[in-house]
Design a protein around this ligand. Sequence first.
Ligand code: DX5
Ligand code: ZN
Length: 241
Amino acid sequence: MPPEIPNIMSSQARCRIAPSILSADFARLGEEVRNVVDAGADWIHFDVMDNHYVPNLTIGPMVCAAIRPHVSVPIDVHLMVEPVDELIPMFAKAGADIITFHPDASRHVDRTLSLIRDHGCKAGLVFNPAESLSHMDYVMDKLDLVLLMSVNPGFGGQSFLPATLTKLRQARARIDAWTASGGQPILLEVDGGVKPDNIAEIRRAGADTFVAGSAIFGQPDYKQVIEALRSEIAKGESLQA
Ligand code: DX5
Ligand code: ZN
């Protein structure tokens, strides 16, 4: 029996750290994901690029299926592909727990969100830096998470775009208003340029789930970086209170 994967909403009070394997050693991916989970990662962030929606080409459902038996944390599949729908059943079958996509890459955003949930996964929208949050408004009931890009998608190791902080506050306000009026919980994730020296500010702006690629895989000691990220998050929370 494969190990039980924790529900992504089960640790609502706690922030989640989702290392992006884009910066891992692809020749040793099984070992890399095991090591990063042993070091304290909550999720594995899995970046799918198609050399069409973004100018880079990475990994697909077969690689997702290959790493699935190595870890028992949720796999967070970030689709940077166009079109989107055909890949959803394939990733669900490959063991994805969360599937997010960019609304400008799908002709029918509402339908794509339903398709993800119909396949038993949590669903989310991803917003590029210059993209308006307005796509959220009419699909709030179909969202399990919202992911804000804090770099232009396609590559690891870029610098965090500061305008994301304003956008995080706006997304946080939309989500809080939704849950206050009885809506389901929606996580707020951020992706790109997240480091120990800016994560407190990002937390303060309202993010609760943090993707970090080069900040973690670029260091020899994953546990040390994840602990540094968590202690900075706690600083952001104490300043928020
Ligand atoms: C970029 C990807 C990110 C990337 C983040 O298109 O979506 O997940 O791996 O890498 P860092 O943390 O290095 O900016
Ligand atoms: Zn990503």
